[in-house]
Design a binder for this molecule. Sequence first.
Ligand code: NAP
Length: 414
Amino acid sequence: MTLQGLHVPGWGERIGWDGQAIHVPDKPVVPFIEGDGTGPDIWRATQRVLDAAVEKAYGGARRIAWVEVQAGEKSFKGLGTWLPDETVEAIGYFRVAIKGPLTTPVGGGIRSLNVTLRQVLDLYACVRPVRWIPGVPSPVKRPQDIDMVIYRENTEDVYAGIEWAGGSPEGEKLRLFIEKELGKKIRPNSGLGIKPISQFGSARLVAKAIRYALASGRDSVTLVHKGNIMKFTEGAFRDWGYQVAREQYGDVTATEAEVSEKHGGKLPAGKKVLVKDRIADSMFQQVLLRPAEYSVVCTPNLNGDYLSDALAAQVGGLGMAPGSNEGDEHALFEATHGTAPKYANLDKINPGSLILSGEMMLRHLGWGEAADLVTKGIEAAVAAKQVTYDLHRLMEGAHLVSCSGFGEAIVARM
Ligand code: NAP
């Protein structure tokens, strides 16, 4: 590993990995990508809040050794590449990182930065906690009933990018092969896409979601799929999910069917997590009508994409929605919105998404006390109606603060 060009503080230490879990030293090195557009504004506010929380919780005994790594427009302008190999290597080496939003480069032959980072580091779970912060304007009557964590598969499904244009030579070749060799008719001039969903990919995601539920005291994992229609992809996801629950976590999980048939609808003693499944379309109704019945939600890529954004809207929008991309050894925490370029360098945008992603990162490091301070600070700032323009325009009697001002309002209330 070459750390050339990186300014790694001499006092920082690398996060360890024993094949099962990460080991976090008191002064871990954490690479950050500032991001494009409004990225620098929200990153500055985020770093201020996270450092203040760690300082307040541990009084100097713990501290993050931040290291900037390049990606996106800043990198392209300075180094002539959108994603330097050193950045991917550094995140791989240090194991935990955080990023602001990146411009998606337009034009052929350029790797999508987010997709590349996910693939190279095998960040197979996109994790999105969805919880309402009291006071944030919401379009639903009881946003307080929503407290879910979505585990979305990140590497497979129609997102694998295996597709051909209708009428293209490759598309025609595939269409005729399917017609002649497999006996299924497809109209000429049809675009064709492949939806791979593997046992390996499904099982490791469901196992991760169950481990998370167990570690965080959450009482259910819901497999969301469209298996009634797509039996061998989405249906298989559900079946492999139940299989993992049974074979690897059978001592601590029970299925909804078992519980209703044998235990009067209640989890029996000793069992900690209820595993159930819902058809995707019905799940969109459920999260509106009976959100309190769902806790951890585990789903293939496309369903997860739709569901994450729909749920984020229910609790007040993407401006406050955190997220991460996680593998076994690596985790990359990120703002879930884009670069919002029209607000770049105006110190205006809401840094809440990246700050809450930083809160997730602190929990991932095992620094729960500092994470709790971030939550407390952000809840108190919103309760005091000290909010950025996006929330200000929807809240009565609110006080408008800048991006950095919101950060300061959080720090002042930790
Ligand atoms: P966007 O940057 O998310 O912005 C769309 C609108 O959402 C903004 O104009 C603003 O609405 C609102 N918004 C976004 N972030 C906000 C925040 N932190 N606080 C308050 N409001 C916020 O989406 P886009 O304009 O479609 O995309 C711009 C660029 O970002 C593109 O290059 C895209 O590819 C990229 N992108 C990157 C990521 C990523 O890196 N993960 C994700 C999505 C998009 P108002 O105008 O109403 O205030």
